[in-house]
Design a binder for this molecule. Structure first.
Ligand code: MRU
Length: 355
């Protein structure tokens, strides 16, 4: 394993023998630090679907190691047989969650290694796949650090910063995206006041963000999602930082459900609204937010899952989209590892992709 993050564990990594994907089970946090060792494709698919490993960049890293493990287990020296089995495993993992583009992005990167290796033999391809998966993880750390530096350049000591869901180190390999400026500022004595939305229905803000930022020693206040506008009206919030699961070519950004109303409230109160995302989350093949597939999740997540007993009448209809799209005109800037990108995003995102 590579060295650990500030919480003392990896979000997603390979074990020392490169024979299992090791994750911290995020559904158990903050009460239990349960480490899972996953070897089969079904276990890895389930871990992604059940949000045991979650957050766009971390899903990408888990998928890269997952498909490497699938490739490692394909027992053939015949390139065509290998490709057929590899492609089936890739399609299977890709079906786990539809909105975070990092999943298909990482699998497609791994697929290109296979395509390029026809003349080199299956055993060489397997070595290259391992190296590529490790590179995806290392690049994620570097991209998040740079996002942190760019984000911090917009901030002053003592500011109040609001975030939604978990775009923290639990959603990435290190630092997080939206939290990266918070971590770097904290290390440099900025004394930020952090507000975390609890993030209904799966409580990533309460269970994960409030947990990891408190563990790091930051000043954290937890809010129910519906309280964010009141915090803004009180003048407590100087900027909103969220992550993204997919940024379309025009700058529309899909992120955890509840991000869009937050952006509307921020506009109402003149609070800058920043999306932080590595370039692996920018999807120039998706023209606008309308083209982003939004994952629908089971009703039980809303009615039952976090309660001792059911908290809604039997048979009530439930609308449970996992993400919403924030329109580009509500976004002050998109912060990637390439810099602080300003509107019009159609131009700035394309220019950044070429830089
Ligand atoms: O459903 P989740 O928990 O995977 O949703 C995560 C988010 O919406 C994050 O904000 C996003 O993936 C960015 S992670 C750096």
């Amino acid at each position: 394993m590579t060295d650990k993050n500030k919480l003392g564990f990896e979000t997603a990594a390979l074990d020392d023998e490169a024979s299992a994907l090791v994750i911290i089970d995020q559904t158990r946090l903050p009460n239990e630090r349960k480490i899972l060792r996953l070897t089969t494709q079904k276990e890895i698919w389930d871990a992604i679907y059940l949000l045991q490993v979650r957050g766009a960049p971390a899903i990408g890293v888990a998928a890269a190691y997952g498909i490497y493990l699938a490739a490692r287990g394909i027992d053939t020296t015949d390139y065509d047989v290998f490709v057929k089995k590899f492609s089936a495993a890739r399609d299977y993992l890709n079906s786990a969650r539809p909105t975070a583009v990092n999943l298909s992005w990482a699998l497609s990167r791994m697929g290109k290694i296979v395509e390029a290796g026809r003349e080199d033999g299956v055993s060489e391809i397997k070595k290259r796949l391992l190296a590529e998966a490790r590179a995806i993880q290392a690049e994620d750390i570097e991209m998040c650090r740079k996002i942190g530096e760019h984000g911090l350049s917009l901030l002053q000591p003592g500011m109040g910063l609001l975030t939604h869901c978990n775009a923290g180190q639990l959603a990435t390999s290190r630092y997080g995206t939206a939290t990266a400026p918070m971590y770097l500022g904290h290390e440099r004595g900025y004394g930020f006041r952090i507000f975390c939305d609890e993030t209904r229905p799966l409580l990533q803000g309460a269970r994960l963000t409030a947990y990891e930022l408190s563990e790091a020693g930051m000043d954290v206040t937890l809010l129910c999602d519906g309280m964010a506008a009141s915090a803004m009206r009180n003048g407590w919030v100087d900027a909103v930082f969220t992550g993204a699961d997919r940024v379309a070519a025009n700058g529309d950004a899909a992120n955890k459900i509840g991000t869009f109303p937050l952006a509307i409230a921020a506009k109402r109160f003149g609070v800058p609204f920043y999306i932080c995302a590595p370039s692996s989350t920018v999807d120039l093949h998706t023209p606008t937010g309308k083209d982003i597939k939004i994952e629908q999740r089971p009703a039980e997540e809303v009615t039952t899952m976090w309660y001792k007993e059911r908290m809604a009448p039997e048979g009530v209809k439930v609308f449970n989209p996992a993400f919403d799209v924030t329109d580009a005109d509500l976004i002050t800037a998109i912060i990637t590892e390439k810099g602080v990108l300003r509107p019009p995003f159609t131009d700035s995102l394309r220019a950044a992709a070429k830089a």
